[in-house]
Design a protein around this ligand. Structure first.
Ligand SMILES: [Zn+2]
Length: 75
């Protein structure tokens, strides 16, 4: 399932969302989900996506839909 979502005014795919979080290209990304949390910076809605930045690593990243805030589970 691939569903595009709006992040900071732009439509993004799961892979593009992962690249925004990673600030780099990723190998593979799962579908986008809604995170059970609000952005600590602006209170906006937060999206979550699992992805593989490399063959040996799996990361869950979160990104605000409204501002630059993001985090990963390796933080
Ligand atoms: Zn925010």
């Amino acid at each position: 399932m691939s569903e595009n979502r709006v992040v900071q005014g732009r439509m993004v795919t799961a892979e593009k969302l992962a690249e925004l979080i990673e600030d780099d290209s990723v190998m593979e990304a799962e579908s986008i989900a809604d995170a059970d949390t609000d952005c600590p910076d602006c209170g906006g809605d937060v999206l979550e996506v699992g992805y593989m930045p490399s063959v040996t690593e799996y990361v869950v990243g979160r990104k605000c839909q409204d501002c630059d805030w993001s985090e990963t589970d390796r933080d």
